[in-house]
Design a protein. Structure first.
Length: 202
């Protein structure tokens, strides 16, 4: 079967990048396999969210292919826009830090929220921090407590510590409201695929 030209170009561009990479990119620690790389690129180009997230990881860490944070952002975004929670969280983090993209706290908050609503604990913790500091959103200690409480319930120790600290800045009534919000939380359908390609180590 003949591949559509855009998909063929994507596969060839990655294959060429791998073949012309420095020797370090071919180390055993990266579990290098050009077949797996091309297989992942093809699946990602066909819209497979698992492969898209996986390819983002490969570009971000330089596993099997040369490190490229801009390309990592591209593939994380492809997966995130299809609802992949892990990609949404990482994309939010990259916007927050300005890594591979221009720093944008509003976009960071958006992607953190998308992942947090799927009960992604790390995103919930990060979203709590954003609400506590007012970076990219209006400062809101109740919402900060709410997201930290949810993450703490999932076992996130940093969130538990942050929640306990913010209690000093809000009233008992506000804490009660945040706890009620937590009890009423219903996560959206989750998409937390993981990389399965042997070309990836995370």
């Amino acid at each position: 079967m003949r591949l559509p030209l855009p998909k063929l170009r994507a596969c060839l561009s990655v294959a060429i990048a791998v073949l012309t990479a420095t020797p370090n990119a071919h180390s055993e620690s990266a579990n290098f396999s050009i077949d797996k790389v091309v297989e992942t690129v093809l699946a990602a180009s066909q819209g497979n969210t698992d492969a898209q997230y996986c390819l983002g990881q490969m570009y971000f860490f330089g596993n099997g292919i040369p490190k490229n944070t801009s390309r990592a952002v591209h593939w994380y975004r492809q997966a995130a826009e299809q609802g992949q929670a892990s990609a949404q969280y990482i994309l939010g983090k990259m916007y927050f830090q300005g890594e591979g993209v221009s720093k944008d706290l509003g976009r960071a908050a958006h992607w953190y929220r998308q992942a947090a609503e799927q009960d992604e604990a790390s995103a919930q913790n990060s979203l709590g921090l954003i609400y506590a500091t007012g970076e990219g959103v209006s400062k809101d200690y109740i919402k900060a407590y709410y997201w930290w409480n949810l993450a703490a319930t999932s076992g996130n120790e940093n969130a538990a510590m942050n929640r306990d600290k913010v209690e000093k800045n809000i009233t008992a009534a506000q804490i009660s409201k945040a706890q009620e919000m937590s009890r009423n939380f219903v996560p959206v359908e989750t998409k937390k695929q993981h990389c399965k390609s042997s070309a990836v180590i995370v």
